[in-house]
Write a protein that binds this ligand. Structure first.
Ligand SMILES: Nc1nc2c(ncn2[C@@H]2O[C@@H]3COP(=O)(O)O[C@H]4[C@@H](O)[C@H](n5cnc6c(=O)[nH]c(N)nc65)O[C@@H]4COP(=O)(O)O[C@H]3[C@H]2O)c(=O)[nH]1
Length: 534
C-alpha cells in the first residue's frame, strides 16, 4: 500500500517525539536516580560525622578518667608542693586537659594545677549541674559559659576524696566538617539534658525559615551527646554528581531505546491487524448497487458491497481483503457492522417503497455459526427494518462447512422472514445441487453467463434452465453484471425478472445511491407485464 507524503510526515514527527521523549525520560530518570543515591550517601556521611564527633568526645572523657586514675588513691597527698608540681607538668603534657584539681567533699577545690580555668568560667552564685555516667562515680559537669568548650570530669573516689579534670574540647571539632559544609552547618557537643559545651560552625548565614537536616548521637557510657545540623540547601548541593555526563549518558541510552521503540511501534501492522484496525475505525463502509426490474428499470432493492475507504481516501476493493477477513474470522464483526450501518443509512428509503429489499453477502462459514440468526435479529430489530425486506446472499463459490447445518439455518432464516438468495449460480462446483438443497427465494445468475447472453448459445441455454427452475420453485431470477442494453433486452426476453449491473450503476456510496433512486423513479416505466416480485 502506498504511503502518502502526509503519512510520511506524520510518521517522522511521531518518531521524533518518541525518540525525544525517551531521551528526556531516561536523562531525567538517570538524574533523579543518582540524586536519590546522593541523598542517601550524604545522609550516611553526616551520620558518620556525628558518630565520629561523639567518639572524639568519649575519648576525651576516657583520657581524663585514665589520667585521674593515676591520682585516685586516697592515700596520695596531691596538695603538697612537689606533688602539685608533678601534676602541673603532666597537665601541660596532655592537650585537652587544662587542669587537675583535688576537691573537698562539698566540691570546693582544695588544690589545683590551674585554679582559674574552670572556676573562672563557672558562677559561684548558681550551682553547677552534675550528670552521672554509667559508672556512677564518674560525674560530668558543664561550665556555665555555654559553648566555651570547657567541662569537668569528676571522679568520686570516696565521699571525701574527689579528683577532677577540666577539659577543653573546642579543638575536637576543628576538622569535623568537610570544607563545603563548614560555613553552613552547626555541630554541638552537649552534656546531660542539653548543656551545650562546645559549638562549631554557623547557620546564621542561611535564610530564616530554611529547614535543616539534624542528626543526634548519644553516648551510652557518659552523659554526652552530639547534635549536627546542616541547612537544607547546603545538604542538597553537597557532593553533586557531574551533571553533564549523567544527562548525556541518560540521553544516549534514552535515544537508543526510543529508536527501538519507534521502530517496533511504527512497524506497519500485518494485514489481519490492519483490517482489524480498519473495522474498529469504521473504514469499512457499505456501497450500494441497485437491483432493478429488467422490464421497467424500476429500482426494487440493492446489494450491499463492502469498500475499505482508507484514511487517505484510497478505495480498496473486497477481493483484496475479504479472503483475509474470512480466514481470520474478522468477517463476523465486519458483516455485523456493515449490516447495522447499511440498514441505518437506508432506513429513510423504506417508507413508500414496500417492495424495496436490501441484500447482504454472507460468508457460508459465518452463516452456519452458532447464534448467527439471533445476532442478526438483534441488529435488524435496532434499525426498525422488517426481516422480510432483508436478503441473505449465499455464494455458490465457497463450499458450506456443514451442508446439513446450512439447510437447517436456511429454513430457520426463512421462518424468521429473511429471504435467501443463491449468488453466482452456475459458477460454483456444486452444479445445481445448492438450488435443490437450499431452496432459495432468489437465484442470481453469474455475470460469466450474463456477459455473453445472446452471443453464446450455451450461456443462453443455462439462463433458460435457471429461469425455468426459478419459475417452478417460485424463486425470483436476478441477472448479475448487466453492462449493455442488449444484454438487458435479451435477459428480459428470456424471462429474467430483475438484474444489476453497470448498465444502471456501479456500486456507489449512500448519497449517490439516493440520487439514483430518485432519478429512476422519475423515469421508470410502468411494467407492461409485471414480472414476479420477490
Ligand atoms: N464486471 C462487472 N462487475 C459487476 C457489474 N455489476 C456488479 N459487478 C460486480 O460484481 C460483484 C458482485 O458481487 P458478488 O458476486 O457478490 O461478489 C462479491 C462478494 O463475493 C464479495 N463481497 C463484496 N462485499 C462483501 C461483503 O460485504 N461480505 C462478503 N462476505 N463478501 C463481499 O466480493 C465480491 C466482489 O465484490 P465487488 O468487487 O463489489 O464486485 C461486485 C460488483 O461490483 C457489472 O456490470 N460488470
Amino acid at each position: 500500500m502506498a504511503v502518502t507524503i502526509a503519512e510520511k510526515g506524520y510518521r517522522a514527527v511521531l518518531r521524533t517525539l518518541i525518540v525525544a521523549g525517551s531521551a528526556l525520560a531516561f536523562a531525567w530518570v538517570g538524574w533523579a536516580g543518582l540524586e536519590g543515591l546522593r541523598t542517601q550517601r550524604n545522609l550516611a556521611q553526616l551520620e558518620e560525622l556525628s558518630g565520629q564527633l561523639l567518639q572524639r568526645a568519649e575519648l576525651a572523657v576516657d583520657y581524663a578518667v585514665i589520667t585521674l586514675g593515676d591520682y585516685a588513691a586516697p592515700s596520695n597527698d596531691l596538695c603538697n608542693i612537689d606533688a602539685l608540681r608533678t601534676l602541673r607538668r603532666q597537665t601541660y603534657a596532655r592537650g585537652a586537659i587544662k587542669d587537675i584539681a583535688v576537691l573537698a567533699s562539698d566540691g570546693q577545690p582544695m588544690c589545683s594545677t590551674a585554679p582559674v580555668q574552670f572556676d573562672l568560667l563557672s558562677s559561684r552564685s548558681a550551682p553547677i549541674a552534675e550528670y552521672e555516667s554509667r559508672n556512677t562515680s564518674i560525674v560530668l559537669q558543664p561550665s556555665h559559659a555555654e559553648g566555651s568548650g570547657l567541662f569537668r570530669v569528676i571522679w568520686r573516689v570516696s565521699d571525701t576524696h574527689l579528683v577532677a579534670a577540666t577539659l577543653n574540647i573546642d579543638m575536637l571539632m576543628f576538622d569535623i566538617f568537610p570544607a563545603q559544609l563548614r560555613d553552613e552547618a552547626l555541630a554541638e557537643i552537649r552534656i546531660g539534658t542539653g548543656d551545650v559545651v562546645a559549638r562549631f560552625g554557623d547557620m546564621a548565614s542561611k535564610e530564616a525559615g530554611e529547614t535543616a537536616r539534624a542528626f543526634e548521637s548519644a553516648s551510652d557510657r557518659y552523659p554526652v551527646s552530639v547534635a549536627l545540623a546542616v541547612s537544607d540547601s547546603s545538604f542538597r548541593n553537597w557532593n553533586p554528581w557531574p551533571l553533564a555526563p549523567v544527562l548525556a549518558v541518560g540521553a544516549i541510552a534514552g535515544t537508543l531505546v526510543g529508536l527501538l521503540l519507534a521502530q517496533s511501534s511504527m512497524r506497519p501492522p500485518g494485514p489481519v491487524d490492519a483490517l482489524r484496525i480498519a473495522i474498529r475505525r469504521g473504514e469499512l463502509v457499505p456501497y450500494y448497487q441497485p437491483i432493478f426490474e429488467l422490464a421497467t428499470a424500476r429500482i426494487v432493492g440493492c446489494e450491499v458491497l463492502v469498500r475499505w475507504v482508507r484514511r487517505d481516501g484510497e478505495l480498496v476493493f473486497p477481493d483484496r481483503f475479504i479472503p483475509i477477513a474470512e480466514a481470520s474470522g474478522l468477517i463476523v464483526p465486519m458483516t455485523e457492522r456493515l449490516v447495522e450501518q447499511a440498514l441505518s443509512e437506508l432506513a429513510p428509503l423504506l417508507s413508500g417503497r414496500p417492495e424495496f429489499k436490501t441484500a447482504f453477502n454472507i460468508d457460508p462459514a459465518h452463516f452456519v455459526q452458532q447464534g448467527f440468526l439471533d445476532a442478526l435479529d438483534q441488529i435488524v430489530a435496532q434499525t426498525g427494518w422488517p426481516n422480510t425486506r432483508i436478503v441473505l446472499e449465499l455464494t455458490e463459490r465457497n463450499a458450506f462447512p456443514d451442508m446439513k447445518q446450512a439447510v437447517a439455518v436456511t429454513k430457520e432464516a426463512r421462518t424468521r422472514g429473511y429471504r435467501i438468495s443463491l449468488d453466482d449460480t452456475g459458477a460454483g462446483h456444486n452444479g445445481l445441487g445448492h438450488i435443490q438443497d437450499l431452496n432459495p427465494d432468489i437465484i442470481k445468475i453469474d455475470k460469466k453467463f450474463v456477459g455473453v447472453a445472446g452471443t453464446v448459445e450455451a450461456a443462453d441455454a443455462i439462463i433458460e434452465v435457471l429461469v425455468n427452475l426459478g419459475q417452478r420453485m417460485g424463486a425470483v431470477v436476478v441477472a448479475e453484471g448487466i453492462e449493455t442494453e442488449d444484454q438487458r433486452a435479451t435477459l428480459a426476453h428470456a424471462g429474467v425478472a430483475q438484474g444489476q449491473g453497470y448498465l444502471i450503476s456501479r456500486p456507489v456510496p449512500l448519497a449517490r445511491f439516493r440520487t439514483l433512486i430518485r432519478d429512476h423513479e422519475l423515469v421508470a416505466q410502468p411494467a407492461a407485464n409485471d414480472p414476479q416480485m420477490a
